[in-house]
Design a protein around this ligand. Structure first.
Ligand code: E4P
Length: 216
């Protein structure tokens, strides 16, 4: 049961990394645009925080498999914990197969169906990213999709990791893990919400008050 952060903000990652509870990071071109920095530098800085068995997803942006493979070389040479993220398209899956055959870890992203998951697994993906929130925006049951993928992967002894993405609230973290996700990737704001419960705050306030009373 792993938790990744879904952000390209290095300072925010550093902050949460100190909890020891973050197992990896996912980035995408939109998150890179928000960070407004050189993507190779950003991936370099993030990957240097983590051990070799973590996963830092760096997304390639190109029209052909050949270009994706070429772009991936720069990311792959940074650190062995860098995972190449490709879209679930004809060209992306071609690139996934070539990279996976070279023992390079690939995260196939923008997954919205069981068929796409099956093809990505056959292409050797180490991770597939079903987009739960965006499924729901389009009246697709993203949690049911994760359950179906888990069932098919179990039946066929497929070791590809299910990385639940596009998570917008705490309930979807619970639902994703209950449905069989191996990993959820979270915007930092949602990760922070995981710590919190109003009954913890209330209980703590009472304990602090009583402790002060005792020590008067
Ligand atoms: C995952 O890898 C993606 O970066 C991300 O979860 C997309 O989330 P969004 O649909 O909230 O943009």
């Amino acid at each position: 049961m792993k938790i990744f952060l879904d952000t390209s903000d290095v300072d925010v990652i550093k902050h949460h990394f100190q909890t020891g509870l973050v197992d990896g990071v996912t980035t995408n071109p939109t998150l890179m645009m928000q960070a407004g920095r050189n993507p190779v530098k950003v991936i370099s800085e993030i990957s240097s925080l983590f051990t070799a068995n973590a996963s830092i997803s760096a997304e390639v942006v190109a029209d052909t498999a050949e270009e994706m493979i070429l772009q991936s070389e720069q990311y792959h040479s940074i650190n062995e914990n860098v995972t190449i993220k490709v879209p679930c398209t004809y060209e992306g899956l071609k690139a996934c197969k070539v990279l996976s055959d070279r023992n390079i870890k690939v995260n196939v992203t923008l997954i919205f169906s069981l068929s796409q998951s099956i093809l990505a697994a056959k292409a050797g993906a180490t991770y597939i990213s079903p987009f739960v929130g965006r499924c729901e925006d389009n009246n697709i049951d993203g949690i049911d999709l994760i359950s179906s993928i888990r069932r098919v992967f179990l039946n066929n002894l497929i070791s590809t990791n299910i990385l639940a993405a596009s998570i917008r609230n705490i309930d979807r973290i619970h639902d994703s893990f209950k449905a069989g996700a191996d990993i959820v990737t979270l915007p930092p704001k949602i990760f922070e919400e995981m710590y919190k419960h109003n009954l913890t705050d209330q209980g703590l306030a009472q304990f602090d008050k009583d402790w002060k009373e005792l020590n008067k």
